[in-house]
Design a protein around this ligand. Structure first.
Ligand SMILES: [Zn+2]
Length: 412
């Protein structure tokens, strides 16, 4: 581990002048340990680390850092596990308790372990890990940085979680992604929970019954509001009497569009530099499903193309669905070998039809290109020599999904 360890502050300082002028010098450095196949993520993740440290220093300025008397404190360490098996092995070696699937910071050991969802080249070959995973990384980095601020360590757990979550991105500046994209699901889950609860309930007690993502969003909103309203060192007191009605009012200030994806881990469609195309990646946790929508405008053009590639890992059920206005949807299922099967089904159906028409003679990892044309309520799908027309009424919505696997798509 020592050979891979690298102080994030040190590297950031040599990379870019604007980072060098930023003082992380007082903070303990963070050693970042990456799986060998992900070494190329080091520079961007180190700069992500500097970004979190900057955001955190601003948020946590009121809680002074502990001054070390005597020996230097042990460095803070952030270990990225290549998959769940490696995370479990790390837990065993380091004698840690907990579910290795859940990213976690261990106060005593001054380390955080953040596992990747799966070992798949489609994931590890990317220039950066998926957006949703980087949010988790940022959350744990904030927990690590808070270890050296004792007054903050004494805060209620909900406040510490909310503050860490506030470091995952900023919905006020819009960076690093449009707010509705990432927060939509959590905001909807929280709104749904609040709709079913009497507004007079004490918020922090009632939230114990809320789904995890809704709870985290609520804590984030409350922590952010507390810091804004109170300059004191115990700002959580400003909101600790909140009812669910207060929380609902505060939630109204959070911008969130319709959710663009469900599940983890996701890189939503983003432009590929210089290619005039967009790319997206889905990499699900073992046995789980993740889905992402294409921008609504994508299918408004008469003619589009996409290239889909299913990763080698897992037992993937992958593909895309084009939903029309007339109660029908076209499902295209994709195999690891570049094969596919396309058919119409009632809107909202699950992928249940048999896979026998998926050719299995291609090489594993073969990408498959599709041309999509539409006019007059007919969608024409073409791939190589194969073509078929499907009656589908616009407006059309396109969604990609994968269960237990990885899927990379280029949209043109
Ligand atoms: Zn946390």
């Amino acid at each position: 581990m020592g050979a891979l360890a690298l102080a994030c502050t040190g590297l950031a300082a040599c990379r870019a002048p604007e980072v060098a002028s930023f003082r992380v010098a007082d903070a303990a450095p963070i050693e970042l340990r990456l799986p060998p196949e992900c070494e190329h993520w080091r520079a961007p993740l180190v700069s992500e680390c500097a970004d979190v440290a900057r955001a955190f220093a601003r948020l946590a300025a009121r809680w002074p850092q502990a001054r070390a008397h005597g020996p230097e404190p042990a460095p803070l360490r952030l270990l990225v596990a290549a998959d769940l098996a490696e995370a479990a092995a790390l837990y065993q070696v380091l004698q840690l308790d907990g579910d290795p699937k859940v990213a976690r910071t261990f106060r005593q050991q001054r380390l955080a372990i953040v596992p990747l969802p799966r070992r798949d080249a489609l994931l590890t070959q990317r220039p950066l890990p998926p957006l949703t995973w980087r949010q988790t990384l940022r959350h744990e980095m904030a927990h690590l940085l808070s270890l050296d601020r004792p007054q903050l360590q004494a805060a209620p757990a909900w406040f510490q979680e909310g503050l860490a979550e506030d470091c995952t991105d900023s919905w006020r500046t819009g960076a690093p992604q449009a707010p509705g994209m990432a927060h939509g699901v959590a905001v909807l889950a929280l709104r749904d929970f609040l709709d079913r609860q009497p507004g007079g309930r004490a918020a922090f007690e009632a939230l114990a019954d809320a789904p995890g993502e809704a709870r985290l969003m609520a804590w984030r909103i409350a922590a952010e509001r507390a810091c804004r309203e109170s300059p004191q060192s115990e700002p959580w007191r400003a909101v600790q009497g909140w009812t669910l009605a207060d929380l609902r009012l505060a939630l109204g200030e959070v911008p969130a569009g319709e959710p663009a994806f469900v599940g983890r881990e996701v890189d939503p469609p983003a432009p590929v530099s210089g290619a005039g195309a967009e790319e997206l990646l889905l990499a699900s946790w073992p046995g789980e499903t993740v889905a992402v929508r294409a921008h609504p405008g994508f299918l408004e053009s008469a003619s589009r193309a996409l290239v889909a590639q299913v990763g080698r890992s897992g037992t993937p059920e992958a593909g895309f669905v084009i939903a029309g206005a007339g109660g029908q949807q076209l499902r295209v299922r994709l195999s690891k070998f570049g094969g596919f099967a396309a058919r119409l089904e009632p809107l909202g159906s699950a992928a249940t039809h048999p896979l026998q028409d998926l050719p299995a003679d291609g090489a594993i990892g073969t990408p498959r290109e599709f041309q999509i044309q539409q006019s007059g309520g007919v969608l024409r799908l073409r791939s190589g020599d194969w073509k078929e027309a499907f009656p589908l009424q616009p407006p059309l919505r396109l969604q990609f999904y994968v269960r237990d696997g990885a899927l990379k798509v280029t949209l043109r």
